[in-house]
Design a protein around this ligand. Sequence first.
Ligand SMILES: *[C@@H]1O[C@H](CO)[C@@H](O)[C@H](O)[C@H]1NC(C)=O
Ligand SMILES: *[C@@H]1O[C@H](CO)[C@@H](O)[C@H](O)[C@H]1NC(C)=O
Ligand SMILES: *[C@@H]1O[C@H](CO)[C@@H](O)[C@H](O)[C@H]1NC(C)=O
Length: 403
Amino acid sequence: MEAPTSITLCIFVLLLVAAARAEDPYRFYTWNVTFGDVYPLGVKQQGILINGQFPGPQIDAVTNDNIVINVFNNLPAPFLLSWQGIQQRRSSWQDGVYGTNCPIPPGGNFTYNMQFKDQIGSYYYFPSLAFHKAAGGYGGIRVLSRPRIPVPFDPPAGDFTILAGDWFKLNHTDLKGILDSGNDLPFPDGLLINGQGWNGNRFTVDQGKTYRFRVSNVGISTSVNIRIQGHSLLLVEVEGSHTMQNTYSSLDVHLGQSYSFLVTADQPPQDYTIVVSTRFTNPVLSNTAMLHYSNSNGVPAALPPPPGPTIEIDWSLNQNYNLRDAIARYTLQVYPGAWTAIYMPLDNVGMWNVRSESWGRQYLGQQFYLRVYSPANSWRDENPIPKNALLCGRASGRRTRPL
Ligand SMILES: *[C@@H]1O[C@H](CO)[C@@H](O)[C@H](O)[C@H]1NC(C)=O
Ligand SMILES: *[C@@H]1O[C@H](CO)[C@@H](O)[C@H](O)[C@H]1NC(C)=O
Ligand SMILES: *[C@@H]1O[C@H](CO)[C@@H](O)[C@H](O)[C@H]1NC(C)=O
């Protein structure tokens, strides 16, 4: 009696999995990871490029899409990409951190296979091993809602990604060497917006229309603030949750975080300055981009670019903190001498990396793995180890499972 029942159950589950997969679209990518020359601060540096791009290509997807990315590592070092904020429902095998994936060896490749299950919002990917994050290799991820799902604002006339973060003239191996020898990272040399220095980006808008900006802090060591001359920012999304829609003159984006805000081009037709500057640092680093009205004829706005908060903590506390109906998110800031309470529902089986986003601290060990397991040991709770899993350490040379 026992055996047939469990066989039936297995087949049933298989059919369910097959049916669910057949319904949701697949998006396939082939990525070639190389070193290449980049000049973000005017000096030649080795950056990590994906298909020759710096930052890497953007992933545009819809909730529940299946994403298949074959990553070819053409760096002379082991490499992994991780997917900041992607929940990896049942698929911690695809998280791309050292505790769940063996590194892709130089000259090797690995195909990530994940589903953006029940997620919407703004995320990014980044290289997770060694100190590669300081060399670029990151890119934006946008997960749009399915057409039938209501979104609490009108469809924007455009959807722009801003990947902002600090940058060093020293390369990633030198930075790692500084940490290895027991010293602190130096102060960054600049801030980049989408891999570019001063005024390297122009976002073109039509007067009267509303645009969505998705901003992520992809840096190593500093929080940033973003603001747009003459315009207010309507916060609508934080790391996959639609928020109460409050208006801000500027927003703090701490390390690893992603936000979406709406901007209405409701000012005279001119070109306005978008400013990103570091928070809680002295000196303050900044970078600018341009909000270009399509009918501006290149006239720059007369107003001075807006100053931003620098070392004030209260100001930042007031903006973010919500002790009554907090939202679900992936990255939380803790202020000096302060604390933050986190509620974490352990509803996704797997091995999860919990870490500091201050990358020097992460590198030196301010991280741990949290195993969430289910005694049922069922495919309902966790996918089996993928057939193409790379094996390393004590698992080298073993087969993952019969094919
Ligand atoms: C990746 O790029 C390098 C350098 O351009 C090239 O030599 C190599 O053939 C590419 N590999 C793939 C798989 O496209
Ligand atoms: C490497 O790429 C090939 C296709 O070129 C693919 O068949 C193979 O599964 C990939 N390897 C891994 C480990 O994903
Ligand atoms: C980093 O720069 C140092 C010189 O400061 C150089 O010796 C080293 O090869 C560089 N590493 C990479 C990966 O480019």
